[in-house]
Design a protein around this ligand. Structure first.
Ligand SMILES: [Zn+2]
Length: 218
């Protein structure tokens, strides 16, 4: 009995922790982040949106504390934190995502970035089943070079024909959103969207945690 009580009290303590800083005492917002982290992350209400080079919605520009936080997440993602950020992102795009398919942008490496899939899963959970995960619709058709050191035009050339999309079997086709952790130039997303559109999927745009500001270091 004591072990059960002990486990339950441990669960209570851990449930009350901020999922970004782990602070147990700090006051929580509804999405699991403490006030201090929310202030430090400087996430604007309603997120940030744009339509270049495709329609996109993100939590905030990729800089400062949010950038540091996401850099730490790539090698060792924390599902609770991704869920908290996804819930917040869902709040910025709930009506767009309702009834849609969500497709995480596939990694170019075999052991690639785990965040797009984690984020897409968490967005589906945040939508309470209104959105559906559809990672099977898109594959990398060939390995491409890492995009990090390529300029804009080389990035686009590197990605030509990089994706193969499954033909759309549903009529009417469901709207589809690509999901990635960070939107940089959008070259990868545009290449993925092109392949999907050609296969009959109405791609709406991209949902991301952060958007690289034009002149900021990546
Ligand atoms: Zn915190």
């Amino acid at each position: 009995m004591w072990s059960t009580l002990w486990r339950q009290s441990l669960e209570l303590i851990s449930a009350a922790r901020c999922c970004a800083c782990g602070d147990a005492c700090a006051p929580k917002s509804s999405d699991g982040l403490c006030e201090r982290c929310l202030n430090e992350l400087a996430l604007p209400e309603g997120g940030v949106q744009g339509d270049q080079p495709l329609l996109w919605c993100a939590l905030a520009p990729y800089r400062g504390q949010l950038r540091m936080l996401l850099l730490r997440q790539r090698p060792t993602p924390d599902a609770a934190l991704i869920a908290a950020l996804a819930a917040r992102l869902h709040g910025c795009c709930a009506s767009a995502v309702a009834g849609a398919l969500l497709l995480p942008v596939p990694s170019w490496k075999r052991a690639g970035n785990p965040l797009p899939l984690l984020l897409a899963r968490a967005l589906v959970a945040a939508s309470a089943g209104q959105a559906q995960l559809a990672p099977q619709l898109l594959q990398r058709s060939r390995p491409t070079l890492g995009q990090h050191h390529l300029g804009r035009s080389l990035r686009a050339r590197n990605l030509q024909g990089a994706f193969t999309a499954q033909a759309c079997a549903q009529q009417p086709a469901r709207p589809l959103w690509l999901v990635d952790d960070i939107l940089t130039t959008g070259a990868t997303a545009c290449s993925a969207a092109e392949a999907l559109q050609a296969a009959g999927h109405p791609v709406q745009g991209l949902l991301a945690l952060a958007r690289t500001p034009a002149a900021a270091p990546r």
